[in-house]
Design a protein around this ligand. Structure first.
Ligand SMILES: [Zn+2]
Length: 496
């Protein structure tokens, strides 16, 4: 039995987005829990689909003793402030000192954190923990969207990433990390490691693991893990809207020997490069997507994914391009969610259910798209507290603050002060809207919505409406990316 100290600090940073993440964003719960400390972590996390939840479950099964320190996450956005990073790092280091003696450390990190003062947030966070714990084993679970750097690999003994997008295996990744650490502790020596960075950026929409080519990448990864001498292989396709040197996909492999780790990393990198062009997925202008849905006689809804206004990728979730296209086409039974507008939600609550009000909706946080002006009826109201039921957010209690269902003609919008990716049917159901009874569902999400909405959809169309998350890397003004990286599959080359 070992005593394992653990902490979590998660942020996915879109350096091109307008809003930074400050300390209060890490303290507050939105789609995921807020800042949680000490023994409370052991109570709250086990039922949730999060790395820490699965790690706690499996470490207990394996008979280890846990010393929980602190866990926090903020909704993806622009840079994490220096103050927020330093406060969480100080909290974690003080917690580690107080938890002594322990045998190993587990960190639940994202992998794509950029702060005001640090390009490689996780590399810096791991470095500080490493300096505090010396040679003791240090393992990390990562999001699939990690921009995995050399420093992260060098300073840890294992980086274990999600293998699904939508991330339905976050807790499973925590369990896998616990088993990996258990093996390290029993064998008592450090694994050999290899990292291979790939020379092109993948658009987020091309990373879905439910379809090819990504499904095949993870099948190949699992084959390679069964090769003799290979302990673990992870692949992180990266988070493209991060203007840092090491942005992009990377493979990490661990083995009994340098040769075994190197061979596995090389083989997976080669498999991915051979399929480069297939990672590009077409997007439709909003009007074309709406027209295509309306031409169908299907009884099931069309899902129109508003991929560039996905708060899960750092967007503001307050653009109205898709809403405008739905209204212009006179669609009956369409619903859009979640549009962030705290003022509109507050005014709807003040007016009351059934009231009508003139609103200038959205367009306040992102400068590139105007608000939608019109008359709305307050169809339903909620406090934004609801239990998520789908495979991605499942088990989480959303906490969005005052929320309203506003209706304009045949089009409704879920409006809230909080930001949450539209990846769970409970977002609609808790306001009395049955998603499967709609003709068109407009979801502000890139890929995570597929976990809970694929089965009810007639067809899924990806829409290129305005938003602070630009899906096509070639359209982003990178300044810090290393030279020689293709900006998208077979895209133009970065100049560095
Ligand atoms: Zn992710």
């Amino acid at each position: 039995m070992a005593r394992i100290a653990h902490a979590g600090f998660l942020h996915e940073t879109n350096t091109f987005a307008p809003i930074k993440a400050g300390w209060e964003d890490f303290v507050r719960a939105e789609g995921f829990p807020g800042l949680t400390q000490g023994q409370e972590i052991l109570k709250l996390f086990p039922p949730i689909n999060i790395g820490t939840g699965g790690f706690i479950q499996e470490a207990r099964v394996l008979g280890h003793d846990l010393a929980p320190i602190a866990w926090s996450a903020a909704v993806p956005s622009s840079y994490v402030t220096e103050a927020a990073f330093e406060r969480m790092a100080a909290l974690t280091l003080a917690g580690l000192a107080a938890a002594e003696p322990f045998d190993a450390v587990y960190l639940d990190l994202h992998g794509a954190m950029v702060t005001e003062h640090l390009e490689d947030g996780e590399g810096a966070f791991i470095a500080r923990v490493r300096a505090a714990i010396g040679e003791r084993p240090l393992v990390v679970s990562l999001d699939l969207h990690s921009n995995t750097t050399e420093a992260m690999v060098d300073l840890s003994d294992g980086l274990i990433a999600y293998r699904t997008y939508p991330h339905v295996d976050m807790a499973e990744t925590g369990r896998r990390t616990a088993r990996y650490l258990d093996r390290l502790l029993r064998q008592g020596r450090r694994p050999a490691k290899a990292r291979r960075a790939l020379p092109f950026l993948m658009p987020l929409t091309g990373m879905c693991t439910m379809v090819e080519p990504m499904a095949g990448v993870y099948r190949r990864l699992e084959e390679l893990e069964r090769e003799p001498g290979v302990l673990h292989v992870s692949f992180t396709p990266g988070f493209p809207p991060a203007d840092i040197r090491d942005c992009g996909p990377a493979v990490v492999a661990y083995g009994d020997s340098q040769a075994a780790a190197g061979r596995a990393a090389e083989a997976l990198a080669a498999h991915i490069l051979e399929r480069e062009a297939a990672f590009e997925v077409p997007l439709l202008p909003p009007g074309q997507a709406v027209a295509k849905a309306l031409r169908s006689n299907a009884l099931k809804p069309f899902v129109l994914a508003d991929v560039q206004d996905n708060s899960g990728a750092g967007a503001t979730s307050d653009t109205t391009g898709l809403l405008r296209a739905l209204v212009a086409a006179g669609v009956d039974r369409a619903v859009v969610g979640i549009l962030t507008d705290a003022e509109a939600a507050r005014r709807a609550h003040a007016a009351g259910q059934g009231a009508e009000l003139e609103l200038s909706l959205g367009g306040k946080l992102f400068a590139g798209d105007p608000p939608f002006r019109g008359r709305f009826r307050v169809a339903a109201l909620s406090d934004g507290q609801f239990l998520c039921t789908g495979p991605f957010y499942g088990g989480n209690r959303a906490s969005l603050g005052p929320t309203a269902l506003l209706t304009h003609g045949g089009v409704s919008v879920v409006v809230s002060g909080g930001r949450m990716q539209a990846a769970d049917q409970a977002i609609f159901r808790h306001l009395g809207v049955e998603p499967s009874a709609q003709r068109i569902l407009g979801l502000k999400s890139s890929v995570h919505f597929r976990a809970d909405f694929t089965d009810l959809a007639e067809e899924i169309l990806l829409v290129e409406a305005p938003g602070a998350f630009v899906d096509r890397p070639a359209l982003l003004p990178y300044r810090n990316l290393r030279p020689g990286v293709r900006l998208g599959p077979n895209g133009p080359m970065s100049r560095g």
